[in-house]
Ligand binder design. Structure first.
Ligand code: HMG
Ligand code: MG
Length: 293
């Protein structure tokens, strides 16, 4: 059994230049919720100047429909973001930092250690409010500005997040350049924490699914994915979308591994969004299923 975290509504949409209307976002999220996910990252409470697409985070969040067994998450960069998420009733938030200093500066205008300093009291405040915290380590393998990232740097940041009480750390291949041997090296060093580690692969080079499989074979079971393969980070030039949810679902379903998520329902959610965006999404299984839905 694996657990999938759907990040399409946040990581997927944040990179869209044209503002997607709130109703379309809500339809997309609701269709994904009905597919059976246990966790959907619905939006982010970052500076609207940095990510204009998600400036409607409050409006979207207030209209999310509850579903049994589903937790909505919101991405937050700081305590202001936490307060906004708490005001909207979130029970789980996700903070983000990086393994590369250059990316940390470009994405959040601060160093890695500054972000870790900010997170410590934030995690405490969230805990007091009964809210659990997930944490991303971006550029876990490659940085768009500084190149290859040493696995020890990634391990150091992941362990710092775990030490401050962050429940789950998602290692992000932000630019989608990692390959299984590189992934393996980092995961060997974090194997003892495997129940607290998730993997978040962007699929720029077509290696994301191979990376997922290698991680799964090593005993890691939590993976982030994005409906239709939508997404990317505006502060990571060259990055394409996340691994498409339909592709990861197809692989595990055919391997007989339980995901709890309905592939066709996810594909329908992606198609609905693609129709609004007026273009095809990159996921391959989605393209194959399109005529059968
Ligand atoms: P800054 O400009 O250095 O911030 O940005 P500041 O603390 O100096 O504040 C400047 C202004 O922003 C102030 O407003 C603050 O109130 C406001 P003013 O007084 O000028 O009117 N502000 C906020 N407003 C709303 N919500 C907030 C917030 N915080 C401050 N939470 C900051 C620093 C971190 C805020 C900014 O750099 C930022 O928002 N960055 C986010 C960038 C981003 O969202 N990137 C994409 C997500 S990360 C990603 O995609 C990677 C991931 O998927 C994993 C992977 O793939 O690797 C997670
Ligand atoms: Mg990402």
């Amino acid at each position: 059994m694996i657990r999938l975290v759907e990040v399409g509504p946040r990581d997927g949409l944040q990179n869209e230049k044209e503002i997607v209307p709130v109703e379309v976002k809500l339809q997309f999220i609701e269709a994904l919720a009905r597919a059976g996910y246990q966790e959907i990252e619905a939006t982010s409470f970052v500076s609207p100047r940095w990510i204009p697409q998600l400036a409607d985070a409050e409006e979207v969040s207030h209209q999310l429909k509850p579903h049994d067994g589903l937790v909505y998450t919101a991405l937050i960069p700081n305590r202001k973001g936490l307060q906004r998420a708490l005001d909207c009733g979130y029970r789980r938030v996700a903070v983000f930092t990086a393994a590369s200093e250059a990316f940390s500066q470009k994405n959040t205008n601060r160093s890695i250690s500054q972000s870790l300093e900010e997170f410590a009291p934030l995690v405490e405040q969230a805990g007091q409010a009964g809210v659990s915290v997930r944490g991303y380590v971006s550029t876990a393998w490659w940085c768009p500005y500084a190149g290859r990232v040493d696995s020890d740097e990634t391990v150091k940041v992941a362990e710092a997040l775990i030490a401050m009480g962050i429940e789950e750390v998602s290692l992000g291949d932000t630019v989608g350049l990692a390959v299984p041997s590189q992934v393996e090296l980092t995961l060997e060093k974090l194997h003892h924490h495997r129940e607290k580690i998730a993997l978040h692969f962007h699929d720029t080079s077509g290696t994301a699914l191979a990376n997922v499989l290698r991680a799964y074979q090593m005993g890691f079971t939590v993976f982030d994915c994005s409906a239709g393969g939508l997404g990317g980070c505006p502060y990571a030039p060259g990055a394409s979308g996340n691994l498409a949810s339909e592709d990861i679902l197809y692989m595990f379903e055919q391997m007989g591994v339980t995901t709890g998520v309905d592939l066709r329902q996810v594909a329908r959610a992606s198609l609905q969004l693609a129709t609004h965006l007026g273009r095809k999404l990159p996921g391959r299984t989605l393209a194959r299923l399109q005529s059968q839905l």
